[in-house]
Structure formats: structure tokens, C-alpha cells
Design a protein around this ligand. Structure first.
Ligand code: PHE
Length: 495
């Protein structure tokens, strides 16, 4: 800005050392020696030993030599006496002058001698002269930061001062949208499925009927999951549109009387229960829709547009590799990641809504080994013969290498398996999901041939996200207590 200019000046002064200060106060060593002696002929001469005792070793040693040189003292017998009546202690006077003025009139030669005797030291100081600069002003006018149209019109730009650009300044952070951690993890999991050749199922209908959420899956109509305590039902509209009447009839009959090798539940079928509208409690409702569409060709129907893109279109072959008679079946690997709703008591790990990750694989003659890996079942297999199974591949892509399966019960799968993963930080096995092979009572009424098996597994999106981000209360992740800033600053996730 050049408001002011200034000149720098150097200045040298002298200050006393501790020894110098002592002399300025009590006199020089030689003066102290002189003062300790009797005048000639007026008392007993002082021996060197006595002198040492009187003035101290150092003063006696240094002082004697200088006092002799100055002609202040002389010898008498074995002792010392004063040689003059008065003395002028020049050193003491010089040091007093240095102490009060910082310099000495006597000049540099004497000062140099005092420095050599380590009685004074030189000090460097600085001072400044300040002058008005080219931009000097007594008022502070703010420099312009922008050249405006007004300034151009009025011509004031000619006399204005402009602020210089600061190219090193860090700009203000721009605000923009940010992905929620759940969406970041969803994207990672979606990529894992896509890498494994899975296609994403449409899951946009949050509202389902009892038929698709439960009946089609062969969940008994009296199952506790259907209770008001576990499921949110819609009051308006109350009833769903009817499903395909033939399929509906097959499902109802299988429940009530059995079929396809099953004895059924042998309980009266309730149309009311089946047509209730509800918020889907699992994405398996959407999987049921997709599987039903997938079986269209097997039922002799033309598949609806969107289900074609989900099949792998492979021509059917028998186990020996011979083309079989086309029964319409096409294998499929499907997945979905979307929201589900449960009427649960909310706590640190449960909300009334969460996201499910679901994988479904349909093919002929699949075995449990295709789902969980063969070395889990037959530990003696050679490493090269071991099949990892879909779930092991899936979880290992998520960074989870150690998985275990525990037999469980699920109304729509047999066998059913709970999935446990080893959590290295918690140092224990934690439940991460649920899986199984869909029951023939579910698949055959849809029209699937008998040799078609369908695997499924499901897990929540929230749990791996909470583990990933070290969050232990779901309410800090989802809901009104979530911090927007926390979401904006949440790092990207990579498995
Ligand atoms: N729907 C199951 C659940 O809600 C998960 C699952 C999907 C289980 C598919 C088996 C097969 O936990």
C-alpha cells in the first residue's frame, strides 16, 4: 500500500558484565587492594596471605599487579603498604559512565580494553525513521474490488484505486448436493452385483398386497409376520386389484390343500387376508413378481416386455449338454436394493423402515453348494474342486472373507440359512443376513419346471453402512437427527 516508508538505523551500545557491575559498585580490584593496606610507616605492613584473607583470592591476585603498575602500593619488608595517599579509580569511573550512557567519552581505545577485560560487552540495536509514503493518507478509503458499469459511465475508474488480485487466496467452498452414506454403500453393492452378472429388478412399488408379500411366497396366512404389530396395512384403499385368477387359484389351493408334493397348511383360505394392501415388509415381494414374470414362457404365455432383459437367454440343455425340449425356462441372476417397512419398536438399531439388499439366482438343478460353496458342506474336497458359492463371492467382494451359515427357518425357503460374518473389530461372529432355496410350493404354482431351483439371500443396507462408517446409532444415519454436515463430509466407500 506504501502508506509510509521507513529507514532502518543500527546503533551500538555497551552494557556491563556482572563483573563490570561489581566494579562499578565496589571499585576495581587494584583499588580494593590499595584500600586494604596501611599507609607507609603507619602500621604493620600486610603480608600477601593476610591480603588474600582480607580481599579474597581473585582480587588479591589481579589487584596487586595493577596496583604495583599504577604505583599505588610498595613493598616493606615481607609485607605491603600504600605508596600514595590518594588514588583515582579510573576503571570504576569509566564503568559507571558506561552504565549510565551506554558509551564512553574517552573513546573506542578504552572501551576496547574494557571489552578485552570482559567488564563490558557490545550490544547492537535498531531504530527507524518513518516518513509519509506515496500513498499516504489520513483517511482509509477502501480500494475497489470490481470494475462496474457505473464506474465506466461516470469515468470514476480513472481515479479509483483497485485492489490487487490475490491469486493465492483459497476460494469459499461451493455448496452442492451430497450423497447420503446409504446411497454410497448402495452404489458399491450394486456394482458388486453387476460385476457378478446380476440384473437389477424393478422395486418401485412400496405398496404390495398380502398376496405378493406373503401368499405367493407360501407364508401361511396365520403367520405372525402378518400381524398388525409387524406389518403396516393400508386403510385406504383397503383392497388390492386381483392377481391373475389361475395363478391365484393355484396359490390358494396349495395353501389350503397342498399340491406339488406338499400337504399344504390345511387351513381355510382367506381372500380378505390375501387382498389386504400393505407396505412391503421385504423386497422378496418384488422378487416374487419378477419370478412370476420369469416363468411366463413356462406357462405358455408371451413374456411381458421387461422380464426378457432379466434372463440370460441361454437355450436349455440337459445335464449331458444335449439341447432339451424348450420348456420356456431361462436362467436369471437378479438383485435389488430398496426400502422395506416393518411395524417395529424403534431403538438404536431398528427403525420402522430400512433397506434390503437381495440377490436371487434361478437355474436348473442348482444345489446348496452353488449358494454357500461346496467346502462348507464337504470339507474334504481338494482346493481346486471347491466351489465358492454365490454368497461367498458376494461377501468377499464386500471385504468379508469369513462367512458361516446356520440352519434357520423361513416360511418360503427350505433349507433356510442365517448368514454370519466374522467382525474383526468386534472379534466375534455377527449375523449379516438370511438366505435359502425357495420352496417348490412357491415356484411350481408360478409355472417353473420341477428341475428349476431358485436361491435367494437378503441383508440390510444399514448394517454394513453403520459398520463402514463406525456409526452405532441408526438415528445418526437416518431421520431428523442426522447432521447434513456429516453427510456432506462423509467419505466415499470402497469395498
Ligand atoms: N426376505 C428375507 C428377509 O427379509 C431375506 C431372504 C431373501 C431370505 C431371499 C431368503 C431368500 O430377511
Amino acid at each position: 500500500m506504501q502508506m509510509i516508508t521507513y529507514d532502518t538505523h543500527e546503533i551500538f551500545t555497551h552494557v556491563l558484565t556482572p563483573e563490570g557491575a561489581q566494579i562499578a559498585k565496589d571499585g576495581s580490584h587494584e583499588a580494593r587492594v590499595w584500600a586494604a593496606l596501611p599507609a607507609r610507616g603507619q602500621g604493620t605492613p600486610v603480608t600477601p596471605l593476610q591480603l588474600k584473607k582480607a580481599v579474597g583470592d581473585e582480587t588479591a591476585k589481579v589487584g596487586q599487579g595493577r596496583a604495583f603498575k599504577n604505583g599505588w602500593i610498595s613493598k616493606e619488608g615481607d609485607g605491603l603498604v600504600k605508596a600514595t595517599d590518594t588514588i583515582q579509580d579510573q576503571t570504576k569511573e569509566d564503568l559507571q559512565e558506561v552504565a549510565s550512557t551506554g558509551t564512553l567519552k574517552a573513546g573506542e581505545k578504552v572501551l576496547a580494553d574494557l571489552r578485552k577485560r570482559k567488564l563490558v560487552i557490545q550490544k547492537k540495536g535498531q531504530w527507524f525513521t518513518v516518513h509519509k509514503g506515496p500513498q499516504f493518507s489520513t483517511s482509509t478509503a477502501k480500494p475497489e474490488t470490481d470494475l462496474t458499469a457505473d464506474m465506466l459511465v461516470s469515468g470514476s475508474w480513472k481515479t479509483s484505486t483497485f485492489k490487487k488480485y490475490n491469486f493465492d487466496a483459497e476460494g469459499t467452498p461451493t455448496s452442492g448436493g451430497a450423497l447420503h452414506p446409504l446411497l454410497k454403500v448402495r452404489e458399491e453393492i450394486r456394482n458388486i452385483f453387476l460385476e457378478m452378472g446380476f440384473a437389477e429388478m424393478p422395486t418401485s412399488s412400496f405398496v404390495e398386497s398380502g398376496f405378493w408379500c406373503f401368499d405367493a411366497l407360501f407364508v401361511p396366512q396365520q403367520h405372525p409376520a402378518r400381524d398388525l404389530q409387524d406389518t403396516f396395512y393400508l386403510s385406504d384403499p383397503k383392497e388390492s386389484l386381483p392377481p391373475n385368477p389361475e395363478y391365484y387359484k393355484r396359490v390358494a389351493t396349495t395353501h389350503e390343500h397342498g399340491g406339488y408334493g406338499s400337504v399344504g397348511y390345511r387351513a381355510p383360505w382367506s381372500h380378505e387376508e390375501s387382498s389386504k394392501l400393505l407396505l412391503r415388509t421385504h423386497t422378496t415381494a418384488s422378487s416374487a413378481h419378477m419370478l412370476y414374470k420369469l416363468a411366463a414362457r413356462c406357462r405358455g404365455e408371451t413374456p411381458e416386455g421387461d422380464s426378457k432383459e432379466f434372463t440370460h437367454g441361454a437355450a436349455s440343455t440337459t445335464e449331458t449338454g444335449q439341447p432339451s425340449e424348450d420348456d420356456g425356462f431361462r436362467p436369471a441372476k437378479l438383485f435389488s436394493i430398496d426400502r422395506v417397512f416393518r411395524n417395529e419398536t424403534m431403538d438404536a438399531t431398528h427403525l420402522a423402515e430400512f433397506h434390503q439388499v437381495e440377490g436371487v439366482v434361478a437355474d436348473r438343478n442348482l444345489t446348496l453348494a452353488d449358494l454357500i460353496g461346496s467346502f462348507n458342506v464337504m470339507g474334504h474336497l481338494q482346493a481346486t474342486q471347491r466351489l465358492p458359492g454365490f454368497m461367498r463371492v458376494f461377501f468377499s467382494k464386500m471385504g468379508i472373507e469369513r462367512v458361516r451359515f446356520k440352519p434357520a427357518y423361513n416360511p418360503y425357503t427350505e433349507p433356510s440359512l442365517e448368514i454370519f460374518a466374522f467382525h474383526p473389530l468386534l472379534d466375534r461372529w455377527v449375523e449379516v443376513g438370511n438366505s435359502g432355496m425357495f420352496r417348490p410350493e412357491m415356484l411350481e404354482p408360478m409355472g417353473f419346471p420341477k428341475d428349476v431351483r431358485v436361491h435367494g439371500w437378503g441383508l440390510s443396507l444399514e448394517r454394513p453402512t453403520m459398520i463402514r462408517y463406525g456409526i452405532n446409532n441408526i438415528r445418526t444415519l437416518v431421520g431428523h437427527k442426522t447432521s447434513i454436515e456429516g453427510i456432506e463430509n462423509s467419505p466415499a466407500v470402497m469395498f
